[in-house]
Design a protein around this ligand. Structure first.
Ligand code: BGC
Length: 802
């Protein structure tokens, strides 16, 4: 193991699915789990392949009702490759030995290495068959980072104690379903139809199919070449499988090498007429293995250059691993696609590949490295703005109501019922009331534009989204004369444990502080943008969005008078939170050990999390994640509230004691917020965020897909959280709060057009290097001073303790 490689020794069937998720390879266009090519989906293995944005809808009957679910579709499996020693070493005798399988015994050693620098996954293993014949296998795969439609699998097979012939079968499997998540097993999962297969002499097999409703055509071709030439070879099309069967001579010191080059196209791809023709062309014309590997490594090298991050120690190793998976999910290829941020990467089927608010934790990182990718992800939202406007209209509101879970066309995809695996009951799911997702979209629009200086975007698509999201908030706020304030009622905040008041007949909560404060922020930003627009553009924007010229006055009014509840000197998560019962945390910990999913535990006991002051994840504290202290205090002031340091500290303490961290986002946000208030426990939470996936802290969730928000969030923690970096249109604001455990590291960012602006943090110092260019100078603003650096200049700032 070094900083760039992750090695997994041995073979542990119980942890194989976790390893598959962590060893997923992808290039932003598609991804494939790190499954063993000789295995099909069963209790141990799950060889999933997913194309970004490739969704399909199916109807299932659960708990006596029909429900629709749209899933990111598991595509045909391109991995299949199996082998065995030919029965008696001659070409014309039918083989009797079994194909090698790690689950059938005979595995002598097994090691798997994920090489982050070059984006390859290598398996090294030895096996022995029933006749005592041993084979050493080295298998390397990659999903091409320069040509995103290609994947490559090289297998080198070397007999150790015999010589003769090897049987090798290399194929494509269209007999796949979405069945990777046990909780969804009662739901329909057969998304592919019309599978046809075929062959193209001398070495290629192909498969074509469609998704049942979204009607996405999928073409896949696999060309298998070998060294030495096969003693015999046959291409065999089947109903849903197609394969090339080979007999290969091999001996100790004279291994057989099998190269499988696979092409994937779908009918969603730009500049593609017929996916089948496209894959046949692509696989047929792909260069040899060594050339493909070289161009793939070059592409990765360029990515690493644009996202340089050097953090010492174990934290640095994990951060690089996180960066690797973020880049495999959202690469520069993503910029050419119509896709959002899938909460669980392209690594598994949890949450069905849906897009939540998690982009809030991802875009601020990408803005400073791959702004073109951020912009494409914002465009995904912009294309679905009309759909969000329709949802708002149907809810009797103005503007845009973005869905809590989004997939292909932007309608609400949140399931209506979900299964509590602990009780076996299907329960109503009200998480769709998390309307705060709209503010996350607005936040990302604003911050993308600030970090990049893309005012063109802000004035066009950005302004449209901001306006419609602001209108949604303004139209949903009801004036309460008794309070003399506006209220937003019937929502759910980020903490998903609370979906309603105990024993209330309708779901939803009133005055969620996070929702209201972010809504106030959106309204203010929308006003600012609209007022700054040139008059003709403002008129046009109002016409396009149906905004009445009088509406901004209401935005102003609501932005100043939204209600934020407080109790016992702290911000209330929502109105009435302080009156809920206190949970016996110690008692539950004693009884259940792991209580992260307290909601499931309580429901299985016949109780409900709604009754308790117990939160799944950071909710009110999210405010400290999104806004630097001075900005947050400013938003409260604008609302007519005083938020001093003491109130904030008390609020942090209060929720810290009442949160079970049932989401990986929680550790991240707590680590960030505690670091900002310079608290010793910060590191504990940062570690939790770092280990979330590599140690599968939530227990069995990572195997269903990585947690992309938490992964990207940890990168942003070192980039913006600990440096207090706030990239604005006119200045790069800095306010470092390094952790003793993480006080020395460096990274580069792209701020406006300054590529490779370097930051080096060391105890008591921050050094900044602005690379030479023709760009304007960079103004750095710290709490106690400001400095302007010309391109080519550097400075070292002494940091004073606050
Ligand atoms: C969290 C949400 C998150 C979702 C997808 C849930 O467990 O509570 O905040 O958006 O996972 O990552």
């Amino acid at each position: 193991m070094n900083d760039w490689t992750w090695r997994y020794e041995g073979y542990d069937p119980a942890r194989e699915r976790l390893r598959e998720a962590l060893c997923t390879l992808g290039n932003g266009y598609f991804a494939t789990r790190g499954a063993a090519p000789e295995c099909t989906a069963d209790g141990v293995h799950y060889p999933g392949t997913y194309a970004a944005g490739g969704y399909n809808r199916l109807t299932s009957t659960v708990a006596g009702r029909e429900v629709e679910n749209e899933d990111m579709v598991n595509l045909p499996n391109w991995l299949p490759l199996r082998f065995r020693a030919h029965s008696d070493g001659t070409a014309d005798t039918a083989p009797e030995t079994a194909w090698f399988s790690p689950d059938a015994g005979g595995l002598l050693a097994h090691e798997q290495t994920l090489d982050l620098r070059s984006g390859t996954l290598t398996r090294d293993f030895r096996c022995e068959d029933a006749a005592g014949r041993r084979i050493r296998v080295q298998q390397t795969r990659f999903l091409h980072m320069a040509d995103p439609h290609l994947a490559v699998l090289r297998t080198v097979l070397e007999p150790e104690n015999w010589s003769g012939l090897l049987d090798v079968e290399s194929g494509l499997d269209g007999e796949v379903t979405n069945s990777g998540v046990a909780r969804y097993r009662d739901l329909a999962g057969r998304h592919l139809t019309g599978v046809t297969t075929g062959i193209r002499e001398p070495d290629t097999v192909w498969l074509h199919c469609r998704t049942t409703r979204s009607d996405i055509g999928i073409g896949m071709a696999a060309r298998t070449t070998t060294t030495p030439q096969p003693a015999s070879s046959r291409l065999e099309p089947g109903t849903a499988h197609t394969r090339r069967l080979l007999l290969l001579p091999a001996a100790p010191g004279r291994p057989a090498t099998v190269d499988k080059t696979v092409a994937l196209h779908t009918s969603r791809d730009p500049a593609v007429g017929d996916p089948l023709q496209a894959v046949l062309d692509r696989a047929g014309q792909a260069p040899p293995y060594a050339d493909l590997l070289a161009s793939h490594r070059r592409a990765w090298h360029e990515l690493w250059e644009r996202a340089e991050l050097d953090v010492p120690g174990e934290a640095g190793r994990i951060l690089r691993f996180h960066l690797f998976h973020v880049l495999q999910t959202l690469s520069p290829h993503t910029a050419g696609l119509d896709v959002g941020v899938p909460a669980r990467g392209l690594h598994g089927e949890a949450y069905r590949g849906h897009v939540f608010w998690d982009e809030l934790f991802v875009l601020p990182y990408l803005n400073l490295h791959f702004p073109e990718v951020s912009r494409a992800l914002l465009d995904y939202r912009h294309r679905r703005l009309p759909r969000a406007c329709r949802s708002a209209r149907e809810a009797g509101r103005l503007g845009a109501m973005y869905p809590w879970q989004s997939a292909a066309d932007g309608r609400e995809e949140t399931q209506e019922v979900h299964l509590n695996p602990r009780s076996g009951r299907w329960l109503p799911d009200h998480s769709r009331l998390q309307h705060h997702v709209g503010s996350a979209v607005a936040y990302n629009v604003w911050h993308y534009c600030e970090a990049t200086g893309d005012t063109g975007y802000l004035q066009t698509r950005g302004a449209e989204m901001l306006t419609q999201i602001a209108r949604f908030w303004a139209s949903g706020a009801e004036f309460d004369p008794a309070l003399g304030r506006y209220r937003i009622r019937g929502v759910v905040g980020p903490d998903e444990y609370h979906e309603g008041y105990p024993d209330a007949s309708a779901p939803g909560l009133d005055d969620n502080a996070y929702t209201n404060v972010t809504a106030a922020w959106v309204l203010t930003r929308a006003l600012e943008v609209v007022r700054a627009l040139p008059e003709p553009r403002r008129r046009q924007l109002f016409e396009e969005t149906g905004t009445d010229p009088g509406e901004p006055d209401r935005w102003e009014e609501v932005s100043r008078r939204l209600y934020v509840p407080f109790h016992r000197g702290v911000i209330s998560q929502f109105e009435g939170y302080g009156e809920l019962a206190e949970l016996d945390w110690d008692g539950y910990r004693r009884r259940y050990g792991n209580i992260r999913r307290l909601d499931r535990i309580l429901e299985a006991e016949g109780d409900s999390a709604n009754r308790y002051q117990a939160s799944k994840q950071a909710d009110a504290l999210m405010l400290g994640y999104l806004f630097p202290p001075a900005e947050l205090a400013g938003i409260f002031r604008h609302l007519g509230y005083e938020l001093d340091d003491d109130t904030w500290r008390r609020t942090v303490d209060y929720y810290l004691r009442r949160t079970s961290h049932g989401s990986t986002l929680s550790g991240l946000v707590h680590g960030w917020v505690l670091a900002r208030v310079r608290r010793a426990e910060a590191w504990e939470f940062c570690l939790e965020a770092l280990k979330g996936d590599v140690a599968d802290i939530q227990g069995g969730t990572t195997e269903e897909g990585i947690h992309l928000g938490a992964m990207a969030g940890t990168l942003d923690l070192v980039q913006r959280g600990l440096t207090g970096m706030d990239p604005r249109a006119d200045a790069l604001v800095l306010d470092p709060a390094p952790l003793p455990e993480l006080s020395e590291y460096c990274f580069t960012v792209r701020y406006h057009n300054h590529w490779g602006l370097a930051m080096r943090l060391s105890p008591g110092q921050l050094r900044i290097d602005v690379p030479a260019s023709d760009e304007p100078p960079v103004r750095l603003v710290l709490p106690d001073r400001s400095v302007t650096l010309d391109p080519g200049e550097s400075c070292t700032l002494e940091l004073t303790e606050p």
